[in-house]
Design a protein around this ligand. Structure first.
Ligand SMILES: Cc1cc2nc3c(=O)[nH]c(=O)nc-3n(C[C@H](O)[C@H](O)[C@H](O)COP(=O)(O)OP(=O)(O)OC[C@H]3O[C@@H](n4cnc5c(N)ncnc54)[C@H](O)[C@@H]3O)c2cc1C
Length: 360
């Protein structure tokens, strides 16, 4: 996996990232490696985490494509879908011939989406009518369907629906000019009187607890992304500072530079150790949301410090993606915010530690 990601993704991802374009050829690399079925492979959480880290070490955008696909789409349909939905959707998803998007966040409800979600689902004869708006939806511009979370107007229950992106009334507008994850196409999605049959509803998704079942594991995946990103920063910073001469010797011969490199290595190593323990809990079936939230918040905070140190170690060259570090620097910001911001994940940990909720 390391060799494949380093030789087929890492350098090839820089130009599409610069141009802010989706990269079907890089998607094909993931599909050909069988990674579309990673979630269904029956392998351990530790194995899957290490795969995610290696893809992230090569490119965080394609790592996000892989993670959204496996954790938030394939895993969700496998866990909460009907036998018929699993039978019809999973084989094409596993081959990555079909892509889905996960549509939860709304323009006016991000951190408070659990209580604030306003997209509505109204029973209409044998089907449902969906109305509302979603924001930041990854892959929505290229996906065949979106899993749309909406509140049932009759009883307030949060439900999930598989909605084709070509369904009348559904519109997708890309969000441009992001400073990170530029290969991933995030979008605003509006739903205006979108009609879907009842068999589009995921029967296992009833209430926000269903969302949390999925987010617990996808937050762990983001922790693995942070491990990979930090290893990438270490790779780039170490090589650059060993090669670059200033004051007649390599930068890496300076004590302050070694101090920064040691900090980067320490951040990466402690993130890796934390994620190995999280994977053990996942494999034992005992991972709870506070564990995942602590891992996500801690590893992405380490990653943010790591890429800031790395960017500085490259001086002016740290400002351009030609030397990779600037790409890692921008990508860390996206990772810090999605799957619950650092603050929200820390508040989840704080609630578990104290028994007092500071945010609801
Ligand atoms: C690149 C990217 C990809 C994404 N992909 C998806 C996707 O595929 N699907 C999807 O559904 N969503 C996606 N998201 C949305 C993401 O989950 C939200 O951006 C995130 O939950 C934060 O919501 P918000 O942006 O509305 O920020 P807000 O909730 O407005 O928060 C703004 C700031 O206030 C802080 N804050 C909020 N409440 C509190 C509080 N009570 N105490 C202290 N601080 C607080 C936050 O931590 C943050 O720093 C994506 C976002 C990004 C940036």
């Amino acid at each position: 996996m390391h060799h494949l990601a380093q030789t087929r993704l890492r350098h090839q991802s820089v130009e599409p990232w610069n141009r802010e374009e989706f990269a079907p050829d890089l998607l094909a690399v993931l599909a050909d490696a069988g990674l579309g079925a990673l979630q269904l492979s029956g392998t351990s959480a530790l194995f899957r985490g290490l795969v995610h880290a290696e893809v992230a070490r090569a490119d965080l955008s394609m790592s996000t494509v892989l993670g959204v696909h496996n954790e938030l789409v394939v895993g969700l349909i496998d866990a909460l879908g009907s036998p018929e939905q699993r039978r019809t959707l999973l084989p094409r998803l596993a081959a990555m011939r079909t892509l889905g998007a996960f549509a939860l966040t709304e323009p006016d409800h991000g951190s408070d989406v659990a209580r604030g979600l306003t997209t509505t689902a109204r029973r209409d004869g044998a089907g449902w009518v969906l109305d509302g708006a979603k924001r930041w939806i990854g892959l929505a511009t290229v996906a065949d369907f979106a899993i749309v979370w909406a509140r049932d107007v009759t009883d307030g229950t949060v439900r999930a629906f598989v909605v084709g992106t070509d369904t009348p009334g559904l519109a997708v507008v890309p969000i441009r000019n992001k400073i990170g994850l530029r290969i991933v196409q995030n979008a605003d999605v509006t739903l205006d009187c979108v009609r879907v049959p009842d068999d589009a509803r995921l029967p296992g998704a009833a209430g926000f607890a269903s969302v949390n079942t999925v987010l617990r594991h996808s937050r762990a995946w983001v922790g693995w992304q942070a491990v990979g990103l930090q290893l990438a920063a270490l790779d780039v910073a170490r090589r650059y500072t060993v090669d670059r001469q200033q004051f007649g010797r390599p930068l890496a011969a300076s004590q302050l530079v070694q101090h920064s490199l040691a900090r980067v290595a320490g951040n990466a190593a402690s993130s890796l150790a934390l994620m190995v323990q999280v994977a053990r809990l996942q494999d034992a079936g005992t991972l709870e949301m506070p564990h995942a939230a602590m891992a996500k918040a801690t590893c992405t905070a380490h990653a943010r410090e790591t890429v800031a140190l790395g960017r500085n170690l490259l001086g002016g060259n740290g400002m351009t993606t030609d030397f990779e570090m600037a790409k890692l620097f921008g990508d860390a910001e996206a990772m810090y915010t999605y799957e619950g911001t650092r603050e929200i994940n820390q508040l989840i940990v704080g609630r578990a530690l104290t028994g007092l909720s500071a945010f609801v």
